[in-house]
Ligand binder design. Structure first.
Ligand code: PRP
Length: 213
């Protein structure tokens, strides 16, 4: 059995991803996000797991240092990479939305939008024929309209708590997001049977879950 390297995103979708892998019979029990370790090896499954920042997962996979990766569709939309999108894992559901301060629903003529997703934001507003100045931030985007940096934000909404706690309301939905399994193009050929087996195992679990739902 040849070694597979899988890049997993630290943060919100890690737990759900590990649950799915486990259910598919892939040993990932020694992965511990709370430790400072970034590489975990399962001798049982002969898999090396890399824990990385979500935005870096497609980069690892494109360059082939990871054969496979799990990453949100938001990141694939924001920074397209030369990788195969192999499977919709149907986990980590969230939405990308336009939001703004409560009670201030109008859009000014010169619209400023703060976001971690400048490409998605620009594309969305251009397609709508609306002019926009996009301000790129790296997180805590909800701050921008409160302190007067931007009129609106484009951000991920999951439970809606962050918007609510910052007196912001959703105005428009841009996209629905789930996690995807991505693959390196060369690995997909060279390690075809192993990757195929893994995809089938994961897919069975996803389909079973859909049937039970
Ligand atoms: C995301 C997103 C929102 C929040 C939404 O941020 O950018 O801030 O989660 O989740 P909720 O609807 O469940 O409240 P993340 O936690 O990834 O951190 P960041 O703001 O530092 O990017």
């Amino acid at each position: 059995m040849e070694l597979l390297t899988i890049a997993l995103p630290k943060g919100r979708i890690l737990e759900e991803s590990l649950d799915l892998l486990r259910e598919a019979g892939i040993d990932c029990d020694n992965i511990n996000e709370d430790s400072r370790k970034l590489i975990f090896v399962s001798d049982k499954s002969n898999i090396k797991f890399i824990l990385a920042k979500p935005f870096d997962i497609p980069t690892y996979v494109e360059y082939g240092v990871a054969d496979l990766g799990i990453v949100g569709k938001d990141i694939l939309l924001e920074e397209p990479r030369d990788v195969y999108e192999l499977l919709d894992l149907k986990l980590g559901y969230c939405r990308i939305v336009v939001a703004g301060p409560k009670g201030k629903k109008e859009y000014p003529a010169h619209l400023r939008v703060a976001t971690k997703f400048p490409r998605i934001t620009e594309k969305y507003f251009i397609e709508k024929g609306r002019q926009v100045e996009v301000i790129k931030l790296n997180g805590s985007v909800e701050l921008a309209p409160i302190i007067g940096l931007a009129d609106k934000i484009v951000d991920i909404v999951s439970t809606g708590t962050t918007l609510k706690e910052n007196n912001l309301v959703e105005l428009e939905q841009i996209a629905e997001i789930t996690a995807r399994l991505i693959g390196n193009k060369v690995s997909f050929r060279l390690k075809a049977s192993r990757i195929d087996e893994l995809i089938k195992g994961i897919n069975n679990i996803i389909e079973r879950g859909e049937k039970d739902a």
